[in-house]
Design a protein around this ligand. Structure first.
Ligand code: B12
Length: 434
C-alpha cells in the first residue's frame, strides 16, 4: 500500500518536473498518427507554385515526426531564393523571423543563406527590421506590423543569439491592452508567441539579471493566465485557429500552470476531431496546428537533428484532384459594405452565387454588378486574400484600421478566401479599428 503510494507520488513529481511537464504524453498516438500524415500531405499538395514560398510550412514539416526529405530540400531552396531576392526590401520583420526559424529547423545557417550566387545574413537583417519596428513605436505609438510579429522577432533573435537586450525585450512584451488586444478581443495567438519568445529568453544564453528575470516571470504569468481564461469547455483555446499556438505556449510554461489548470489531451482530441472536417484545409492553419499534434514547439528548432530524420513520407506524383460537384444549385445572400468609422457609406445588395461559394466570390459578383459601390482591393498573404480597401477606402496600420468580415453581425474566424457562405446569410465588410 505504502509502496504504491510512493510510486504514485514519484510518478507525479517526474511528470511535473520533466520539460513539457503537464503535457507529457500529449501527442497523437500511433492509431491517430495517420490524421497527422494526412494533414502533412494536404499541406504539401496545397503549396501553390505561383505564390511566394511559405516559411511557416517548412517550419512545421521540420517539426513533424515523418519527413519527405526531397520536398523539404526543395522548399528550403525556394525559400533561400526568395530571401536573397526580396527579404531586404519586401519582407516584414515577422516574415524574416519565420524564414530564420525555417532555415534553423532545416539545419541551415540563417546568417549565410545563399542562392543564385548571392548570400544574405537574415539575422543581421532581422536586427535592422526589429530596430525599425521599435522606431515606429517611438514615433507613431504602433509597430510597423503588430505584436505577434514583434514576438516572432524576439523569438528568432533569441534562438539565434542575435543582438537583443532581454531587458528591452521584456519591457516590449509587458502586459498592455494595446499590444495584446485586437478589436477588443484578447489575441491568444499573439500572447502564445510572446510566451514562447520569453521562455526562450529565460532559458537561452547568459543568466539574466534578477530584475529582468522577475519581469519576464511576471509577463509570462500574466500571458498564461490570460490564455487560460480563453479556454473553452470543449478544450479549444481562443478559437480553433489559435489553439495550436496556445498549446505550444502552455506546454513550455508548465511551471506557470496550477495542477489541473489545463487538460492537454482534451484540447488535442478536440483538434483531432476537426481535421477530417477540413477545418485546417488552409495550409497556414495546418502549419500552425501541426507542431502541437507532435508535442513539439517552435523552441525545438535548435534541437533538431537533421541527419537522423527518416525519409518516410512518400507522396504520389499526381496531386489528388480537388473534389468537383457539377452544377450546384444557386443560393442568395445579402452583402453589405459599410464605413462604420466615418459613416460615409453603407450599401447593401442581394447576390446569387453557386452553393459552396466562398465570401470572396460574393464580393466579386457584387463588384461586377455595381463597381461604384462594391469595388475592392486585396493583397495575397500567407492566409489567402486580405481585403485592403472597399470603395477606395484603404485600411491603415498606423491608424489601426482594417476591413472586418462579419456574418449575421458576428466577426468571422476565417478569411474571404476560405469562408463558405450559406443561403440567406447576411454578410458584411465593415471598416473598423482593431
Ligand atoms: C495581426 C493580425 C491581424 C491584424 C492584421 C493587421 C496588422 N496590424 O498586422 C488585423 C486585426 C487587422 C487582422 C484582421 C483579420 N484577421 Co487576423 N490575425 C492577425 C495575427 C494575430 C497575426 C498575423 C501576422 O502578423 N502574422 C505574421 C506575418 C509574418 O505573416 P503574414 O502572413 O505576412 O501576416 C499578414 C497576414 O496574415 C495578414 N492577415 C492578418 N489576419 C489575416 C486574416 C486573413 C484571413 C488573411 C487572408 C490575412 C490576414 O496581416 C498580416 C500582417 O500584414 C494572426 C494570428 C495567426 N495565428 O497567424 C491573425 C489571424 C491570421 N487572423 C484571422 C482572421 C480571421 C482575421 C479576419 C478575417 C477577422 C475578421 N473577422 O475580419 C481579419 C481579416 C479581414 C480582411 N481584411 O481580409 C485568423 C485567420 C484564421 C483563418 N483560418 O483564416 C487568425 C489566425 C487569428 C485567429 N486565430 O482567428 N488580423
Amino acid at each position: 500500500m505504502m509502496r504504491t503510494l510512493v510510486t504514485m507520488l514519484v510518478g507525479l513529481l517526474l511528470l511535473y518536473l520533466t520539460p513539457g511537464g503537464l503535457c507529457q504524453g500529449c501527442a497523437v498516438n500511433e492509431a491517430e498518427h495517420p490524421l497527422v500524415r494526412d494533414l502533412q500531405k494536404k499541406m504539401i499538395y496545397s503549396v501553390d507554385a505561383s505564390a511566394p514560398p511559405n516559411p511557416s510550412i517548412l517550419l512545421s514539416l521540420r517539426l513533424a515526426q515523418d519527413h519527405n526529405m526531397h520536398i523539404e530540400q526543395d522548399m528550403l531552396n525556394k525559400l533561400s531564393q526568395d530571401a536573397v531576392q526580396r527579404a531586404v526590401v519586401s519582407f516584414s520583420s515577422g516574415q524574416v523571423a519565420l524564414h530564420i526559424l525555417a532555415q534553423q529547423a532545416s539545419c541551415s545557417d540563417p546568417r549565410r543563406v545563399s542562392a543564385n550566387s548571392s548570400t544574405i545574413n537574415l539575422v543581421h537583417l532581422l536586427e535592422q527590421k526589429f530596430q525599425a519596428e521599435l522606431q515606429n513605436i517611438a514615433i507613431h505609438g504602433n509597430p510597423l506590423t503588430n505584436f505577434y510579429q514583434l514576438s516572432l522577432d524576439v523569438l528568432a533573435l533569441c534562438q539565434l543569439n542575435g543582438r537583443l537586450s532581454p531587458a528591452n525585450a521584456s519591457a516590449l512584451l509587458s502586459p498592455d491592452h494595446k499590444k495584446y488586444y485586437l478589436s477588443g478581443q484578447f489575441s491568444v495567438d499573439t500572447a502564445a508567441v510572446a510566451v514562447l519568445a520569453q521562455i526562450c529568453l529565460q532559458t537561452r544564453g547568459q543568466p539574466l539579471p534578477p530584475k529582468v528575470h522577475k519581469k519576464i516571470r511576471q509577463n509570462v504569468q500574466w500571458l498564461v493566465d490570460k490564455i487560460l481564461a480563453k479556454k473553452r469547455r470543449d478544450g479549444v483555446i481562443g478559437n480553433i485557429y489559435s489553439t495550436g499556438l496556445a498549446m505550444q505556449a502552455l506546454s513550455v510554461s508548465s511551471s506557470y500552470l496550477k495542477p489541473g489548470a489545463w487538460n492537454c489531451l482534451q484540447t488535442l482530441h478536440r483538434v483531432l476531431d476537426e481535421i477530417p472536417q477540413g477545418t485546417f484545409k488552409n495550409p497556414m492553419a495546418a502549419s500552425q496546428i501541426l507542431p502541437s499534434l507532435e508535442n513539439r514547439t517552435y523552441l525545438d528548432v535548435s534541437r533538431l537533428n537533421c541527419s537522423m530524420n527518416p525519409d518516410n513520407l512518400p507522396l504520389s506524383t499526381a496531386r489528388p484532384a480537388p473534389p468537383t460537384s457539377c452544377c450546384p444549385p444557386s443560393i442568395s445572400v445579402t452583402y453589405t459594405v459599410a464605413d462604420s468609422l466615418n459613416n460615409t457609406f453603407n450599401n447593401s445588395i442581394s447576390v446569387t452565387v453557386p452553393q459552396g461559394s466562398v465570401f470572396f466570390k460574393v464580393m466579386e459578383v457584387a463588384q461586377d454588378k455595381d463597381p461604384s459601390k462594391f469595388s475592392f482591393t486585396y493583397t495575397q498573404s500567407s492566409w489567402g486574400p486580405y481585403i485592403t480597401s472597399v470603395q477606395g477606402l484603404q485600411a491603415d496600420n498606423n491608424q489601426r484600421t482594417y476591413w472586418q468580415l462579419l456574418s449575421n453581425g458576428i466577426p468571422l474566424s476565417q478569411g474571404a478566401g476560405d469562408y463558405v457562405v450559406s443561403n440567406s446569410e447576411r454578410l458584411e465588410v465593415k471598416f473598423s479599428v482593431y
